[in-house]
Structure formats: C-alpha cells, structure tokens
Design a protein around this ligand. Structure first.
Ligand code: AMP
Length: 219
C-alpha cells in the first residue's frame, strides 16, 4: 500500500505516520526528516537545503524529488510506504506519479489531515521535538515529564529552527499556495479522503485507518 499523508505543517502528519508505520509495517518517508538529518550531518545536500528551510520555503524540486525517488526504490518499500511531507506541489506530484509508473506502481490512497489555521499556529509555536527519536511534545498541552528530556528515550528535546513565529507564517503561506492544490489533484483521481485532525492521536489514527480501509474496499 502506497500512501500519502497530506496536511499543513502542524497537522500531525509525522505523528500519524509513526502510528501507521507500526500498524501497516511499511516505512514512513518524511522528506523533512531526511533533509534535517542532512542539515545536521552538513552534507552538500543539507547545506543547500538549509537556506530554504530556515526561510520556511520549499527546497528546490530537483533536490527532494531525487531523494524520494531513490528512497522508494529501496527494498523496505517493496510492500509499500507512507509519504509524509511529499509531494508538496504539483510538479512533485507529477514526477512521483511518473516514477511510480516506471516501477509498475501507483499511489493507492491520499489522506488529508484537516486542522484549522489558528490551531496549527498554536501547535507549531509550542512544539518541541526529541532530537533522537523524533517524539513530539507541546510546551503547554503535552509537556514531557522531565523538562527538556524525552519521555521515550531521555534524549534532548529541542525547538525546530523553523518553528519560530515568522517562519511558521511563511510555511503556512507556502502550504496554502503550493500544497493545497494537491487536494483537488488527488480528489480528481478518486484517491483523496480527508480526516478531522482534531482529537487524540489514537482517535485520529482510527479515522485515517477507516479512510484507508474504505478506499481499499472501493477498489
Ligand atoms: P517538514 O518537516 O515536513 O515541515 O519540512 C520542513 C522543511 O523542509 C519545509 O519547510 C521545507 O523547507 C523542506 N521540505 C520538506 N519536504 C519538502 C518537499 N517535499 N519539497 C520541498 N521542501 C520540503
């Protein structure tokens, strides 16, 4: 099953992707995570990507498209994958479609997680992330038990550079202008289903699983 998680920054794609990975045992491919790991390791790709990420704008298509094409050809993606944060614009969606076609594959379902703008800003501005395992916290709504340390692996918790007020606005604008049109793109192909992104993490996972299963029974 080849799945795409769509949604604005802060909608919960990363968190839900982790739950779906456990449930369906297929890898979660987060372009944001891959890029951040390159930034940390100061690879050439990371150095190039950083200037865009710090501004909250999209990294050039050729960089991310190549990265994803390579990743989905790896062996662990044979039974499927969950794309989180990709595609982010129509160009990326078209290249992905062609790449999959060349491999004799296709996207099976696109799930959009709906969260209103005000809530996205509230989530992103208080978000903290574990440097090691990627677990998410919120300074007010879901703080870790010990300040600054992850509940799951005790590693350091930090605030992403692009979760600053100014960059959040830029990222939401990029989402509205460049990524939002993908909803219609996938709806026209009969692949899109939206779920309510407000609720507990497990409730939302259940909404997503129902939407996936419903899509499967229709094909
Ligand atoms: P994310 O963790 O998904 O919020 O991504 C963080 C940042 O990485 C974004 O603001 C972009 O600068 C960059 N990025 C992630 N995915 C993509 C993509 N598919 N295309 C272009 N830039 C991306």
């Amino acid at each position: 099953m080849n799945l795409i998680l769509l949604g604005a920054p802060g909608a919960g794609k990363g968190t839900q992707g982790k739950n779906l990975l456990e449930r369906y045992r297929i890898p979660q491919i987060s372009t944001g995570d891959i890029l951040r790991s390159n930034v940390r390791s100061k690879t050439q790709l990371g150095l190039k990507a950083r200037e865009y990420m710090d501004k909250g704008v999209l990294v050039p298509d050729d960089v991310v498209v190549g990265m994803v094409s390579d990743r989905i050809k790896e062996e662990d993606c044979l039974n499927g994958f969950i794309l989180d944060g990709f595609p982010r614009n129509l160009k990326q969606a078209e290249v992905l479609e062609q790449t999959l076609k060349d491999m004799g594959k296709r996207i099976d379902r696109v799930i959009g997680i709906d969260v209103e703008r005000k809530e996205l800003v509230r989530r992103l501005s208080g978000r903290r992330v574990c440097r090691k395992c990627g677990a998410n916290y919120h300074v007010i709504f879901s703080p870790p038990m010990n300040i600054g340390a992850c509940d799951k692996c005790s590693s350091e918790i930090y605030q992403r550079d692009d979760d600053s007020e100014e960059t959040i606005e830029a990222r939401l604008k990029v989402y509205e202008q460049e990524t939002f049109p993908l909803i219609e793109y996938y709806a026209r192909k009969g692949l899109y289903a939206a779920v309510d992104g407000i609720g507990t993490v497990d409730q939302i996972t259940n909404f997503i699983v129902s939407a996936i299963e419903k899509g499967r029974s229709n094909t």
